[in-house]
Write a protein that binds this ligand. Structure first.
Ligand code: NAG
Ligand code: NAG
Ligand code: NAG
Length: 698
């Protein structure tokens, strides 16, 4: 026991009232004083429990060492607080001194005078809503199992409320207004005898000693308050006084009522507290309590009282202890989510933009806009998959402009700058027979080209899809003239010469009025760039490739004219230039038409789906022009200006020379790729010059 640590443990088991002594002892730290300490503390314990001939008294400044009987939610909690309700709804709790107190001498009917005082506090989850309250009570029994909580404070139930057999006397501190039980307001002190309907009650508060003015107090305020209950057994008067802690007892009581407790009190009665909650989470605490029979209860030592949990109301404390961390965690999660979302979004809409592209900004579309315009490039919006990529239909949200978006996969960045420059310059091409290029967008490994939307799709489908009705001749002729006019514009009428390089029926698109429009010009060029010069190959479509391309690979307007010739034959005959189907009698259309021409039977090659009703001269003109344009020698082919003049009837085409009719059809030594394009590889001449589709103007 000589060690201070032992003292400390010893102290902890004792009443709080000994703290001062302990501190003194520690301060003096002298062995001789230990005896004094032990003596004094023993004496105090004795005093606290003394009961000499009905003169019972006790004092608890905190309940650490108190031996109370508790039930329900009541408990002695940290620091020695007596907690009656524990911040739960519909709770009730009781705490009693375990032993009964004898309020009268056995042979006498007079009830002893007594006085008691206690300090209480309340904490609320919601700063303004609490309930129901607590009581100090004197009762025949400690068993309140059958009682209700809420407005009954754990004292009575509907059936026994008001019964004189209850033998319950209580001082209620009521914080809810129950008019059916005679409550005067939601913040009052009442004297209850066998019933929660008070004998007498008053709004909570106190009268100032000097002025006598009334100061109201909120029973659910976040502070400790003290109540004094004094009964004069001879005068049969009960005084109840209250004040905020720490304040000495006001001399004017809040309630002063004539009551004869003799009818209520039996010989032995239990003293204690009860409290109850209803729909609001509330904690009711008793901090200290003293009692004395036939005398004044010992004053409480405020410095020894435990404190009410510090924060204003459990609401806030819960908010700080649970809510705040939860909210912080939620915020962190939200922030993390936002980052992930932003990153995914950024990746989703990521574009590739280099410094040199700044000047092309006006022609650039944001990927996000294109993504939304095409509903995320959904399959339903797929218009077709061509030689260079997939084409999607879209609707620009702001302008409500219908567009076609071509996604061209392109890994190489080499040559991209020139290509974009060309794309942009081609965006300046304006002709009613060209599909208008509106702009572009670049992503990693991908180029997106934005065109005007052509509602009727490609001519290819009208010619070769046998499930569709046949395209009548006037429309075919109209389309042919349109395409010729568009090609003439590219070759001669614009500020620069533009070689299309991939003329074919599937690159002829039809607008709402069935006008033919050339699309995809210049795209073949993309595939020339960035490839190893040794493997540079000519891109084009089998049957449309001019024979000289296999040797020179030099794109030229005359090669375009050759392809246009193949196109003319295709439109007039309704057959592809090369049909490699095994059962095909005439695999090469050009051979068949020229042979038929020689035999004077050229009209037999006309598309059977045209029927018999077609102007023979026009069909013959188209077939003849097809053969003229397909001349094996580039120089012998007519220019597009001439072609247009022949088609318009402004000039009569020349007669076909025998050379036209003697050459054998050209099928390049080729590899057919899955998309119908062929790549012709030069066998010699590795020195390849990269030609440009846009050559300087004359
Ligand atoms: C309140 O007390 C009751 C009864 O002792 C217990 O079941 C409950 O868990 C307690 N609630 C809190 C919040 O402490
Ligand atoms: C506390 O009170 C109970 C009930 O009266 C009693 O049995 C018990 O011995 C007491 N304990 C102490 C430590 O006084
Ligand atoms: C009311 O309380 C009394 C005393 O606790 C009990 O005997 C009785 O059964 C209770 N009545 C009801 C209806 O709960």
């Amino acid at each position: 026991m000589g060690h201070p640590g032992g003292l400390l443990r010893c102290y902890n088991k004792r009443d709080d009232t000994d703290r001062r002594l302990f501190l003194t002892v520690v301060a003096m730290s002298h062995k001789n004083l230990l005896c004094l300490f032990l003596f004094l503390s023993l004496r105090r314990s004795e005093l606290a429990a003394s009961s000499s001939a009905g003169r019972e008294e006790f004092a608890f400044n905190g309940f650490l060492a108190a031996n109370l009987t508790v039930d329900g939610t009541a408990a002695i909690v940290s620091g020695g607080l007596l907690q009656l309700t524990n911040n739960t709804k519909q709770a009730r709790g009781h705490a009693f001194l375990p032993r009964p107190i004898h309020f009268r001498a056995t042979s006498n009917t007079t009830v002893f005078s007594f006085s008691t005082t206690f300090v209480f506090g309340t904490t609320l989850e919601d700063p303004n809503l609490g309930g129901h309250g607590l009581t100090f009570l004197v009762s025949r029994t400690r068993d309140f199992a059958g009682a209700l909580g809420s407005q009954y404070f754990g004292l009575f139930n509907q059936s026994n409320n008001g019964n004189s057999s209850n033998h319950v006397f209580a001082i209620e501190l009521d914080t809810l207004f129950n008019p059916e039980l005679g409550d005067i307001d939601n913040n009052h002190v009442g004297i209850d005898i066998n019933s929660v309907i008070s004998n007498s009650s008053s709004s909570a508060g106190y009268f100032s000693d000097g002025t006598g003015s009334f100061n109201s107090m909120s029973l659910i305020a976040d502070r400790a308050m003290q109540v004094w209950v004094e009964y004069d057994g001879r005068g049969m008067r009960l005084n109840v006084t209250m004040a905020p802690t720490p304040m000495s007892k006001p001399s004017t009581p809040l309630l002063s009522t004539a009551v004869d407790l003799a009818t209520v009190f039996l010989d032995a009665m239990y003293v204690g507290f009860s409290a109850s909650t209803g729909s609001f989470r509330t904690s009711h605490y008793i901090l200290g309590w003293s009692f004395k029979l036939d005398g004044a209860a010992e004053a409480l030592d405020y410095s020894l009282l435990p404190s009410i949990p510090r924060t204003r109301g459990h609401g806030r404390s819960r908010f700080l202890e649970i809510g705040l961390p939860l909210i912080s965690a939620a915020l962190v999660l939200i922030a993390a989510g936002a980052v992930v979302f932003a990153v995914r979004r950024r990746n989703k809409y990521a574009e590739l933009q280099e410094d040199w592209e700044k000047e092309f900004d006006p022609h650039r579309f944001s990927y996000k806009d294109l993504f939304h315009a095409t509903h995320g490039f959904r399959e339903k919006d797929l218009l077709g998959a061509g030689g260079f990529g997939r084409v999607y239909k879209g609707l620009l949200p702001k302008s409500k402009l219908e567009i076609a978006v071509k996604r061209v996969s392109h890994e190489s960045r080499q040559g991209m700058k020139e290509f974009i420059a060309e794309v942009v310059s081609m965006g300046r091409l304006r002709h009613r027979n060209l599909v208008q290029l509106l702009g572009y967008c670049r992503r990693k490994g991908e180029l997106l080209l934005v065109y005007d939307y052509m509602p009727n799709g490609s001519l290819d489908k009208f010619l070769h899809d046998k499930t569709r009705p046949a395209l009548p001749w006037p429309e075919r002729f109209q389309i042919i003239k349109g395409v010729a006019s568009g090609l003439l514009y590219l070759h001669e009428d614009w500020e620069q010469i533009v070689v299309h390089r991939d003329i074919k029926a599937s690159n002829v698109l039809l607008d709402g009025e069935m006008n033919g429009r050339l699309g995809d010009f210049g795209l073949a060029r993309l595939y020339d760039h960035g490839t190893d010069p040794l493997t540079t190959h000519v891109m084009g479509t089998m049957g449309y490739l001019a024979p000289e391309l296999a040797r020179t690979r030099k794109a030229s307007t005359t090669a375009d004219v050759f392809a246009f010739g193949a196109f003319l034959l295709e439109v007039a005959c309704g057959r592809r230039p090369v049909d490699l189907a095994a059962d095909s009698e005439h695999p090469v259309l050009l051979d068949w038409v020229s042979e038929s021409w020689r035999k004077g039977l050229v009209l037999t090659t006309a598309d059977p789906r045209l029927g018999d009703e077609f102007p023979a001269e026009e069909v013959e003109l188209v077939l003849k022009l097809g053969l003229l344009c397909s001349h094996p020698l580039p120089a012998a082919r007519p220019s597009m200006r001439r072609v247009v003049q022949y088609l318009e009837g402004d000039l009569t085409p020349p007669e076909l020379e025998p050379t036209h009719l003697s050459f054998t059809g050209f099928v390049p030594h080729s590899r057919k790729s899955s998309n119908g394009h062929v790549s012709s590889f030069p066998s010699s001449s590795p020195a390849v010059t990269t030609d440009s589709i846009v050559s300087s103007s004359l």
